[in-house]
Ligand binder design. Structure first.
Ligand code: C2O
Ligand code: CU
Ligand code: CU
Length: 470
């Protein structure tokens, strides 16, 4: 919580101001731990949650709840999570956007064995980068993510935050009016932009009102945890800055511009709330002329601090910046080139095993990812030499967008033929239809790293592969 008097006394924000961020969601407190940081317990379990008025919906949830517990860890510290699977299907946890050792990456058949019903798995890794990340299973994803197994992971910067923080966890649900599930995937939609939900939620509620402190510096951690939808978040009536994209800080931060967030992507926005109470702002998903209200932000007095002081107004460009993360710098002069083409193949062939329909709609470099058992892993899309820089040409040769995500390493987006790019770091790039883009990264993390579209149905119908770093 920002100390208002502190601001007034010092004119501008003190970087060292001892400020505790205010959280809008309950935290999962580490239970008695095996180390100084404690250990979280996350249990995959059945539960129910009210998403539609008057009805409750069966969910799959972390600890049986939605929203899932928010996991917090300080940058540079070790996160320990015991994952217990109480479902009667296998599961795992993948830590989206975190650079970690391959055996903690949570991909069954690639980095670990699936966690069978009744079993548990201990995840333990150091979080080198601060930012807004998230976690989800990497198995039966249409169902497990679609029914609620998504949660926010926050790695806090080392210095105390001057911001009052709020999580905006976006997720749609495919429900009818009584809270029952509609089919989570429809093949003809999977072959296009993916099957959209019918109910938008922010932190598990439809159009909630989130209270923000009048005069406070506010950081919204917006996370698109939906299987399918592209959100274009925008706040009417405040002048905000983009603090970070996909967990990687923009240093310095940049003026707000409409930024489509594909499935899996995040954006942190910062602004100063007006110093008057009961001001309301709408956070909307901008769809051309139609804006869909996601939630409201409403200013409230922050108790004891409310004593007739006036708060210093900070120009948006002077809002505190986040320090960069320690991502290795690509050496573009000594880089190797890779190229990936994403294509639509449109095969809806009823020839799968067990008489099951085998939908395979998408290709990466002419190959579709099928159902692979551990013993029959396909070849990697490419084998990379550890320590080298790679410049990767991406060509989306389809008439649909694809949020392309890489595990294990953070890349720099260099260019696009659809928009001007000021290079920035990311773990996911949303390719528009027919877009060509270039990214670069240092292949410093040994392992087999998934490289896939985060529209879950696209990844399940072919648009997935992996890069081997050896
Ligand atoms: Cu959110 Cu394979 O990732
Ligand atoms: Cu990931
Ligand atoms: Cu896709």
């Amino acid at each position: 919580l920002l100390n208002r008097r502190g601001i007034i006394k010092n004119g501008l924000l003190l970087s060292g101001a001892c400020a505790l961020p205010r959280f809008s969601l309950a935290m999962a407190r580490p239970t008695a731990g095996n180390g100084p940081e404690g250990r979280y317990i996350l249990r995959a379990d059945y539960g129910s949650h009210q998403l539609v008025a008057d009805y409750s919906t069966e969910i799959l949830g972390f600890n049986g709840q939605f929203p899932a517990p928010v996991i917090r860890v300080k940058q540079g510290e070790v996160l320990r999570v015991r994952f217990e699977n109480h479902l009667n299907e296998a599961s795992t946890i993948h830590w989206h956007g975190i650079r970690l050792p391959i055996d903690m990456d949570g991909v069954p058949g690639i980095s670990q064995a699936p966690v069978a019903p009744g079993e548990s798995f201990d995840y333990e890794f150091r979080c080198a980068d601060a930012g807004t990340f998230w976690y989800h299973p990497h198995i039966n994803s249409i169902r497990q993510l679609g029914m609620g197994m998504v949660g926010v992971l926050i790695v806090e910067e080392k210095a105390a935050s001057p911001y009052e923080e709020h999580i905006i966890g976006l997720k749609d649900w495919r429900l009818d009016r009584r809270g029952g599930y509609l089919p989570l995937s429809i093949p003809r939609e999977a072959a296009r932009d993916g099957t959209l939900g019918t109910i938008n939620t922010v932190n598990g509620r439809q159009r909630p009102t989130i209270e923000i402190g009048a005069g406070q510096l506010v950081r919204l951690r917006i996370a698109n945890m939906d299987n399918t939808r592209v959100y274009r978040p925008s706040i009417d009536g405040v002048s905000s800055r983009i603090l970070s994209l996909d967990g990687s800080p923009l240093t310095p931060h940049r003026p707000f511009e409409l930024t489509p967030l594909g499935a899996g992507m995040r954006m942190d926005l910062a602004f100063q709330a007006p110093d008057t109470e009961n001001q309301e702002f709408i956070l909307a998903d901008r769809k051309g002329r139609f804006n869909i209200e996601l939630c409201r932000l409403k200013t409230v007095a922050r108790g004891a601090e409310r004593q007739g002081d006036t708060v210093a107004t900070i120009k948006p460009e002077n809002l505190p910046t986040l320090p960069p993360n320690p991502i290795p710098q690509p050496d573009l002069h000594k880089a190797e080139s890779l190229s990936f083409v994403f294509e639509w193949q449109g095969a809806l062939s009823p020839t799968g095993k067990d008489g099951k329909v085998d939908h395979s709609f998408w290709l990466i470099n002419r190959r579709a990812w099928g159902d692979h058992s551990h013993e029959h892993l396909p070849e990697p899309l490419a084998t990379l030499e550890r320590g080298k820089t790679y410049i990767v040409d991406l060509h989306n040769a389809t008439p649909h967008h694809h949020p392309i995500h890489l595990h294990g390493m953070i890349f720099t987006v260099l260019t696009s033929d659809k928009r001007a790019v000021i290079p920035y770091q990311s773990d996911t790039i949303l390719l528009e239809k027919n877009e060509r883009a270039r990214i670069a990264f240092v292949a410093d993390n040994p392992g087999r790293w998934m490289f896939h579209c985060h529209v879950i149905e696209h990844m399940k119908t072919g648009l997935m592969g992996y890069l081997a770093v050896v």
